[in-house]
Design a protein around this ligand. Structure first.
Ligand code: FES
Length: 71
């Protein structure tokens, strides 16, 4: 489905970008130009970003990593 009609950007493209590290609307703007014309897509882009980022796995805390003995 098209999220940004002005730039012909789909939700699949945005989700793929988020999966590959894009995490802000500004980055999506730089990648695809979303929101740069009429701006009607901004609300949906933000919702997509928020929803999809919440589904991302949380990185393990560093305390689970082996600790080098420095003594
Ligand atoms: S729909 Fe995205 S800028 Fe117009």
């Amino acid at each position: 489905m098209y999220v940004c009609v002005c730039k012909a950007v789909t939700d699949t493209q945005i989700k793929h970008a988020i999966d590959n590290g894009v995490c802000t609307r500004r980055q999506l703007f730089y990648c695809f130009g979303v929101g740069s014309d009429c701006g009607k897509c901004n609300k949906y882009v933000k919702e997509l970003l928020d929803d999809h980022l919440q589904q991302q796995p949380i990185m393990q805390p560093a305390s689970n990593q082996p600790v080098l003995n420095t003594t």
